[in-house]
Write a protein that binds this ligand. Structure first.
Ligand code: ADP
Ligand code: MG
Length: 251
């Protein structure tokens, strides 16, 4: 899917959390979460609705500050880093694409590059085209998002995050809002990115993706990682009753 001359990315760094705890009022949403995603690998987070998956992801790029615990990028704490800079290092793609409807696809991507990264208009436009080419949408640069399918819009959102040259990518149910026939294209783009060496932390209900692309699957329930292991281990030999029940409902 990516152009022959596109440089391989290969610069994902490790990401880890240490004993992350967070409550919303009386609701203890994260109860001491540890995770380790080695550089260039993919970890999928699965688990029932309300188990804290989105909240965990948001603590990694500090959209939410945990009550305690630490987040490490490339072995270094990010809790003292400037949040704007951190969100360039850690790209995030949500369930809904959040593209600006009145701007072209290209302008959706160049905006952050000129405002946050200080690129010239020409440099930003060239980089936007490069990233659109990677996700197979260079020919859509001049149209508005409403002219694209949901899957294409989501691939633009991925290209927009990648244009910032992130070291880690977070995906929060990025295919859950899509019509079934559009899911495959987005998962394919994500698999390409993984093959390019990006470090990815992916909340997903797509068990096929978790099985075939990730090196590690974490099962969360009620604010804790209940089980973690290779996809084979998690899917073929779940140990806890909670994971067994969850899998019997989703597989
Ligand atoms: P998941 O992504 O696994 O479905 P979430 O992380 O979205 O779970 O939510 C975990 C819990 O935290 C839920 O009980 C949810 O209601 C609560 N929660 C999430 N965000 C907020 C918030 N901004 N304010 C209060 N409660 C929240
Ligand atoms: Mg969620």
């Amino acid at each position: 899917m990516s152009a022959d001359n596109a440089p391989t990315r290969g610069r994902g760094v490790s990401v880890a959390t240490r004993d992350i705890r967070l409550a919303f009022g009386n609701n203890q949403v994260l109860r001491g979460v540890d995770l380790d995603v080695p550089a260039g690998s993919v970890a999928c987070v699965i688990g029932p609705s309300g188990s804290g998956k989105s909240t965990l992801l948001r603590t990694v790029n500090r959209l939410i500050e945990p009550d305690s615990g630490d987040v490490l990028l490339d072995g270094r704490s990010v809790l003292k880093e400037n949040p704007d800079r951190l969100r360039q290092r850690v790209g995030m793609v949500f369930q809904h694409f959040n593209l600006f409807p009145h701007k072209t696809v290209r302008a959706n991507i160049t905006l952050g590059l000129t405002r946050l990264r200080g690129l010239s208009k020409d440099e930003a436009a060239a980089r936007a085209l490069r990233e659109l080419d990677r996700v197979g949408l260079a020919h859509k640069a001049d149209v508005r998002p409403s002219h694209l399918s949901g899957g294409q819009q989501q691939r633009v959102a991925i290209a927009r995050a990648l244009a910032m040259d992130p070291e880690v990518m977070l995906f929060d149910e990025s295919t859950s809002a899509l019509d079934p026939e559009l899911v495959k294209g987005v998962l394919g783009t994500m698999a390409d990115l993984a093959a390019d060496g990006m470090t990815m932390l992916v909340v997903t209900h797509e068990m096929g993706f978790a099985r075939s692309v990730s090196q590690q699957v974490l099962f969360m329930d009620r604010g804790s990682v209940v089980e973690a292991g290779s996809p084979e281990r998690i899917f073929e030999a779940p140990e806890s009753g909670r994971l067994q029940r969850f899998l019997s409902q989703v597989l």
